[in-house]
Design a protein around this ligand. Structure first.
Ligand SMILES: Cc1ncc(C[n+]2csc(CCOP(=O)(O)OP(=O)(O)O)c2C)c(N)n1
Length: 313
């Protein structure tokens, strides 16, 4: 749902009583189900948790419209067994990844203001840069709907985690620190917004030698609010969104806190060099400021469709 590509959303919306859905783990919360029940005739829930968060009597029957079955055991073992019965698709082979068709059909606006990067080109270029043993986190900012939307498929070199369930701005920075502490050999990337930054920015000096790679998607505003508010509170004077943020020079901020700082050029001509630096330096933390135009809408936010009246983004 949130961050889903067009084909995934189309399939999800088409689910009906004739379908079976197999969930590997199950986090049936608002950002995934939009407060609706899964409409499949049968939902199989594979899990290793006896009491998953938000369960009723250990189960999620209340989150599905029809039949529900929970299989609680070693998930890997169950999947290995199940896969024997599913048809093999080429998609599972990393070698054919490059030639796979796009799963998106919307036409995206590529015209951004002169100082900003085109996000489509930015994320596409990054796809060529990921090296093995990388891990990434999307903070509660547009990156958590845009990056997965454009990336579409899992990259063999990097596992990404998006912060939409807890949805507390700034949380990805803590996750990045945790991942790096748990396994210092992981190349750890965090995608955060200039609004999210305001929740942890004062703490970055303490992480200057942790070898973190922090991308700040800087659009001088709470972009998700700016994009969502017209749908959620139609007719409200945009001044009352309170979404504007005074600009910060993030490269200066990085250097002032003992980090290295780079700014991505609008034409992306220095992105490869910046990524080389990310993979070359060891324990030195690096901040990368990405100038972004908040009017460029990439990933969908289906969640706003049911957020009306008294609600929180
Ligand atoms: C602690 C907290 N406060 C408020 C929100 C509501 N909220 C969700 S996204 C967002 C804006 C994020 O702004 P920014 O980091 O600049 O990212 P952008 O949307 O511009 O990409 C806000 C205020 C939240 N999720 N968490």
């Amino acid at each position: 749902m949130f961050g889903g590509n067009d084909r995934a959303l189309e399939l999800w919306k088409s689910i009906n009583e004739d379908d079976t859905v197999i969930t590997i783990g199950f986090d049936p919360y608002e950002y995934v189900l939009n407060n609706k029940q899964i409409q499949a005739g049968y939902v199989w829930h594979l899990t290793n948790l006896h009491r998953p968060y938000g369960h009723k009597n250990g189960e999620f029957q209340h989150r599905v419209a029809f039949k529900y079955r929970k299989v609680c055991s070693d998930i890997a073992l169950v999947i290995e067994e199940v896969l024997k019965y599913l048809p093999k698709t080429e998609e599972s082979l990393p070698s054919v990844r490059k030639s796979l068709p796009s799963l998106n059909t919307r036409t995206l606006n590529r015209k951004v203001h002169a100082d900003a990067v085109d996000l489509v080109s930015f994320y596409e270029e990054l796809e060529h840069c990921w090296q093995p043993n990388s891990i990434g986190f999307d903070d509660v900012c547009m990156a958590y709907k845009d990056r997965p939307y454009l990336m579409q498929r899992r990259h063999p070199n990097i596992n990404f985690y998006s912060m939409y369930h807890g949805s507390a701005m700034g949380g990805a920075f803590g996750l990045g620190c945790g991942a790096k502490l748990a396994n210092p050999r992981l190349q750890t990337f965090i995608f955060s917004g200039d609004g999210c930054w305001r929740l942890y920015g004062s703490a970055i000096a303490d992480a200057s030698r942790m070898g973190l790679r922090l991308f700040i998607m800087n659009n001088s505003c709470y972009g998700i609010i700016e994009q969502g508010a017209p749908l959620i509170i139609p007719g409200l004077d945009s001044k009352r969104y309170h979404s504007h943020l005074p600009n910060i020079d993030f490269v200066c901020a990085a250097k002032a806190h003992g980090w290295y700082g780079y700014k991505v050029k609008p034409d992306l001509s220095n992105l490869a060099e910046i990524m080389d630096a990310c993979y070359s330096y060891d324990s030195q933390s690096i901040l990368i400021e990405v100038p972004v135009d908040a009017t460029q809408i990439i990933g969908m936010n289906p969640r706003v469709q049911h957020l009306q009246g008294d609600c929180y983004l």
